[in-house]
Design a protein around this ligand. Structure first.
Ligand code: ASP
Length: 340
């Protein structure tokens, strides 16, 4: 795959800013807060303009703890509307909820013909030792490459939008690619995996209908079934983070009746694993099989973040339980390995 570092005619790039540590400043009390004029900070990286003609679009100025589905929609629509004007897109974002946004953009912006890259940093651009400068330059390099996917560029990795996971609050390599090899790596050169999608004449699709009324809940020793009953009573879908291969409590405080009641009321219950690596395999233990028999849908090797966003996206398109089941187990944007 081609990486255009030295170009005659510079590609056009849109840099969307949303906040996050990368463009934060430190207050007198030591806490970080989002800079209102992120564009000003980004303009101080001259290398960016050597790579591309860049326009900056500030869409938000928030800590990503405050990201909501409404912001995913705003970003997706802003990019889609400008798809023809630019050769690539970079979104700067806080790291805390970056994986949710990356998954959401992956489901909303499909059949991409050019890259949409999300990045951030562990240390603000303004501070000594920041990883922001390198991450941003690499994000722009990938955004003008031949890739044509939603991807996270962070540290030395290029990760598919549905496979990213924040695993460290300390390391500069804060994200990993879960259950799939990365789309590429950044070292002396940028190398892409052979399965990464490349630029083509595909016609991009904007698929933004979402049902935001979905809950993501971990199971834990002692969890009260009433919690699941309550959540099911006020949500249209639930993603349960089960143990290991998708196991849930079935003893004295069994969650099975609550799952079964939810499913009977047309509230889908998707079970993913709390483990970072691996897939649900719900027939393996009686405790997983019981959930399956109660109507739970296995998330297989999807991350909890991707499973939750996908359930919102699926419920935005259908409320038919059979269709929800089959769509959740079908791969749309590299989020899972289908079981044949
Ligand atoms: N709290 C910050 C945020 O997610 C963390 C970061 O960006 O690294 O906005």
């Amino acid at each position: 795959m081609h990486v255009r570092d030295a170009v005659l005619q510079k590609p056009r790039l849109l840099l969307v800013t949303t906040g996050g540590t990368i463009t934060m400043l430190r207050a007198a009390n030591g806490s970080l807060y989002p800079c209102e004029d992120a564009g000003k900070l980004l303009e101080r990286i001259p290398e960016l303009n050597m790579l591309a003609d860049i326009d900056i679009l500030p869409l938000a100025s928030i800590d990503s703890s405050d990201v909501s589905p409404a912001i995913w929609l705003t970003i997706a629509r802003a990019i889609f509307q400008r798809m023809k004007e630019y050769d690539g897109f970079v979104v700067t974002h806080g790291t805390d909820t970056l994986c949710y946004t990356a998954a959401a953009l992956s489901f909303m912006l499909q059949e991409l013909s050019k890259p949409v890259i999300i990045t951030g940093s562990q240390v603000p651009l303004e501070e000594i030792g920041s990883d922001g400068r390198a991450n941003l330059i690499n994000a722009v390099r990938v955004a003008i490459s031949d890739l044509a996917e939603v991807a996270v560029v962070f540290g030395s990795l290029i990760i598919r939008g549905t496979r990213a996971k924040k695993t460290s609050v300390f390391d500069m390599q804060a994200f990993i690619s879960v259950n799939d090899v990365p789309l590429g790596t950044i070292g002396l050169a940028i190398k892409f995996s052979s399965f990464a999608k490349t630029r083509s004449r595909r016609k991009p699709l904007l698929r933004t209908s979402l049902n935001e009324n979905v809950a993501l809940v971990p199971v834990y020793p002692g969890i009260k079934p009433e919690i699941i009953e309550y959540i099911a009573s006020c949500h249209d879908g639930i993603v349960l983070e089960g143990y290991g291969a998708g196991n849930i409590p079935t003893g004295e405080r069994s969650l099975v009746p609550a799952i079964s009641a939810a499913v009977k009321r047309n509230v889908p219950v998707v079970v993913c694993t709390q483990c970072i690596v691996g897939s649900t395999e719900m027939e393996l233990y009686q405790v997983g099989r019981a959930a399956l028999e109660a109507g739970a849908i296995p998330a297989m090797d999807m991350t909890p973040e991707a499973a939750m966003v996908k359930l919102m996206w699926v419920l935005g398109q259908t409320d038919d339980m059979g269709s929800i089941d089959s769509m959740m187990q079908k791969c749309f944007v590299g989020e899972l390995h289908e079981v044949s």
